[in-house]
Design a protein around this ligand. Sequence first.
Ligand SMILES: [Zn+2]
Length: 188
Amino acid sequence: MLTVADFEETGALLTGHFRLSSGLHSDRYLQCARLLMYPDRAQSAGRDLARKLAEFSPRVIVSPALGGIVIGHEVARALETRALFAERKDGAFALRRGFALEPSERVAVVEDVFTTGGSTREVCSAVESAGGEVVAVGSIVDRGLEEGVFPVPARSLLRLPVPSWPAADCPLCSRGVALEIPGSRSRG
Ligand SMILES: [Zn+2]
C-alpha cells in the first residue's frame, strides 16, 4: 500500500516553507507527478485505487488533463476498462479527440489529488453531458475534502491535509525561515 514514505522518497511531498499557487504559505508541498514519474509506483497506486473503485463496476475511467491522466490510465489498466481524459475547451471540461461514452455507461472519474473537488465535479458534468453516468470518484490523495462535496461515493488512497496560512499568520515567516517557491528547488 502507498504510504507517506512513498511521497517523501520520490520528492512528491516536500517539507520546508513554501508559497503555494494560491498565495498561501505552507510547511508541505505536494506534487503527485513526482510519484507518478516512476511507472512501477504509478502502476501500484493504480492497482490500489482500482481495488477501492471496483465495487462500483465502472466500465470507463475519465480523468481531467493533465494531472489525472497517468493515474486514470493505471486504474483503467487494473480494471480492464478504457481510459479517457477530459480537457478544458473555452474554460469548460469536455471530452475531445473522438472520445465517446455509451448511453448511461458507468464511469469513475479519477484524479491525482482532491483539493476542493471543484475540477473533479466539472469533469463529472462533462461525463453527464456526454451521456455517461458517474458512479464514483477516486484520487490518490485527499487533501481534506469536506463531506458531501460529491453526489457519488469518493475513494482515495491517502488522506493528507496540507496546512496553509496567509503570509501574515505564517508561523514559519515569524521564525524567519527562508521561503521557497515550489519547483525552483533542485533535487537529486
Ligand atoms: Zn511563510
